[in-house]
Design a protein around this ligand. Structure first.
Ligand code: KG4
Ligand code: ZN
Length: 364
């Protein structure tokens, strides 16, 4: 029988400061507490996350989040068996704040430190919530990421493909900004799309002619910009009804691209002949009901079990980091106090970085 352990997780790679306590084994773990302090208000006026402000806010909030996580879990530091921390990829100042905080705690209580890849945290969440058996197919779709992964173990991932430019969440946020809707853009575009007519504006579905799992969303965003400009200078300007139609058209294009590429990824995954074929989604965009609906019905059609973790575990949180740490700890994969913060850290180091994967190089 495997040893039950209690892990403190710390997450600070973007604009959420989070701490959590997870207890149990990798097969069956329980979230004892999960604290997430969002910085949305701090960055609202800037139309995006300001890395320097984010890093300072993390440094200020981390201690407090850790205290709250311990209190909610009703455990003391002496009860913690290990400290897991996001050590990349992400905004370097924020990652560094978390790594320094975790090192301080680990050295004070003399317990092992575990550096966790943020993407592995998202990718392993279906194990925490649904004990999904390996290997499973995962679509990670958030503000910073969009990729299909085959998850084979806590440290073995194969990337089938992903976006070659923007992530869908980023596109939702930019489209909201273009149309004067509040941030974060995903929920506001989704609400506007509900009453819109998706067929009114013809928007592109890039890369659907390519027989692979790669995607592109920046052209779609530019098409929305052009359509908006044409509407603004046309008769009656950009009315609320037209804006809702544009949101609906944009969301339908995202659904089509994600849906068709999911079919392709499922076909590649099924080549492995998994014993219990399963498909999971993670990341903030998985909150979108229309997208979730498309992915779920494709899973059903192709005979896969569909898993969508509860929303607070789809978006950034520290429970996923604590859980990934627990799984790595069981596999003996611990770090030491030389652990460094990594702004870029692809999960699958065997697959070549994607062409055009951002001005800053391949992040994931
Ligand atoms: O995973 P997450 O919390 O943070 C990272 O990006 O890592 O995802 C946030 C992203 C934002 O871009 C937000 O606009 C998007 O998820 N999002 C949505 C919805 N809710 C959040 N996108 C589409 N529809 C939604 N309902
Ligand atoms: Zn994330």
């Amino acid at each position: 029988m495997r040893l039950t352990r209690t892990v403190l997780g710390i997450e600070s790679s973007c604009d959420d400061t989070a701490a959590a306590v997870v207890s149990g084994t990798a097969k069956h773990a329980v979230i004892k507490s999960s604290i997430v302090e969002s910085q949305t208000d701090l960055h609202a006026a800037f139309g995006g996350v300001v890395p320097e402000l984010a890093a300072r806010a993390h440094a200020e909030k981390l201690d407090h989040c850790v205290e709250l996580a311990l209190r909610d879990a009703d455990v003391a530091l002496k009860d913690i068996d290990s400290i897991a921390v996001t050590s990349g990829p992400g905004l370097i100042g924020g990652v560094l704040s978390g790594v320094m905080c975790a090192k301080g705690i680990a050295s004070a209580i003399e317990k092992p430190l575990i550096g966790v890849n943020h993407l592995a945290g998202h990718a392993l969440t279906p194990r925490l919530t649904d004990q999904l058996p390996f290997p499973y197919l995962l679509l990670l779709v958030s503000g910073g990421h969009c990729q299909f992964l085959i998850v084979k173990s806590p440290s073995d991932f194969t990337r089938l493909g992903g976006t070659i430019d923007d992530a869908p969440g980023e596109a939702f946020d930019k489209v909201a900004k273009l149309l004067g809707l509040p941030q974060p853009g995903g929920p506001s575009v989704e609400v506007a799309a509900r009453t819109g007519d998706a067929s009114r504006f013809k928007l592109p579905r890039p890369l659907l002619d390519r027989d692979d799992c790669n995607m592109s969303f920046s052209g779609l965003k530019t098409a929305v910009l052009r359509t908006r400009d044409a509407l603004v200078s046309g008769d009656n300007g950009l009315t609320e009804a037209k804006r809702n139609d544009l949101c609906a058209g944009f969301q339908a294009a995202i659904c089509d691209v994600l849906g068709q590429k999911t079919r392709r990824a499922i076909a590649e995954y099924l080549y492995l002949k998994p014993i219990a074929p399963s498909f999971a989604v993670a990341g903030g965009v998985a909150a979108n009901q229309a997208i979730r609906g498309v992915l779920e019905s494709i899973s059903q059609e192709t005979g896969l079990v569909f898993c969508a973790p509860p929303l607070p575990l789809c978006t950034d949180n520290a429970a996923m980091i604590a859980y990934a740490g627990l799984a790595l700890l069981e596999d003996g994969q611990i770090s030491d106090l030389t652990l460094s913060a990594r702004p870029r850290w692809p999960l699958d180091r065997t697959t070549a970085p994607m062409l055009g994967s951002g001005k800053k190089g391949a992040k994931a």
